[in-house]
Design a protein around this ligand. Structure first.
Ligand code: HPA
Length: 286
């Protein structure tokens, strides 16, 4: 059967981007990391690194948000060959869904099957505090959009992907164990993805809490859906940068988000460097 033209074009774009990336990297990466708002600095601690600005990678979208640099960095972290997205694409920037998920498709073509996705998020769970790090147990897609809408490319994944373990149970158990052994305080909870770019209203936050959310943000959900579709095992970490709307008697701001992410960057780096080797070692279903 011949391949429909739009799928053939998309395959070509993914292949061209992945060929470029492979031509620039020294060691085949085992893990991809997506670094959220204010957390991009972690890529600077990668050893033997190569930086590829997004605009140099064929067909790669370019991010527009302050705090999101727009560079793909390959290098070693915690002794593991990895590739970092320093800057991601949000739906609220006006990117089409294919752009938000394009990097995941490219990572797959590069040969990667494990993803660590991170984000800045508002704390919905009233027990949380700004500066907490949260292991994502599951997510709620409140973006009213799904990146897999449209014709499915069977080369990318199945038409109806299972999402019952969007965030790998074996990764989560390894991370919990690591945190326990290392005296690292880690929250765990459900991330709700809203479209943004407005922060939520207090009523939306009360709704989210009642319906089971512990944290809210404007990213992650589309990438994780695409990653699961593509057969990745996923680990997610939220940095609780602020309490969500209506919890404290103060307005929310991007400055607060960036300041908290900056304040916890050392803890965040310690956590990632600790858990990356466990992710590399963990076999599916372990
Ligand atoms: N809401 C949505 N996105 C966010 C928040 C928030 O409170 N904090 C950081 N990203």
């Amino acid at each position: 059967m011949s391949v429909p033209i739009e799928l053939a074009e998309q395959r070509t774009k993914i292949l061209e981007a992945s060929r470029y990336v492979l031509s620039r990297i020294k060691h085949p990466p085992a893990i991809a990391l997506i670094l959220g708002s204010g957390l991009g600095g972690l890529a600077d601690s990668a050893e033997e690194s190569t930086a590829m600005p997004y605009e140099q990678i064929p067909h790669f979208p370019v991010s527009t948000v302050e705090g999101h640099a727009g560079v793909l960095v390959s290098g070693k972290i915690g002794g593991v060959n990895a590739i970092f997205m320093k800057g991601r694409f949000h739906l609220y920037e006006g990117h089409p869904l294919e752009s938000v998920t394009f990097p995941i498709r490219v990572m797959k073509a590069v040969g990667i099957r494990k993803l660590l996705v991170t984000n800045a998020a508002g704390g919905v769970n009233a027990d949380f505090q700004p500066g907490d790090l949260m292991l994502i147990r599951d997510h709620i897609n409140w973006m009213y959009r799904n990146p897999l809408i449209g014709r499915n490319d069977p080369e990318s994944g199945v038409r109806f992907p299972d999402m019952s373990e969007a965030y790998s149970a074996s990764f989560r158990s390894s991370v919990r164990q690591w945190a326990g052994l290392n005296g690292f305080s880690l929250r765990e909870g459900v991330y709700a993805g809203f479209l943004g770019p407005t922060y939520e209203t207090p009523a939306e936050i009360r709704m989210a809490r009642k319906l089971g959310a512990d944290a809210v943000g404007m990213s992650t959900v589309p990438e994780v859906i695409a990653a699961r579709h593509a057969g990745f095992e996923v680990l997610g970490i939220s940095c609780i940068t602020n309490m969500a709307a209506g919890i404290l008697d103060q307005p929310l701001s991007h400055e607060e988000v960036m300041a908290t992410a900056d304040r916890v960057k050392d803890d965040f780096a310690r956590l990632v460097k600790g858990i990356i080797p466990l992710m590399e070692d963990t076999q599916k279903g372990e």
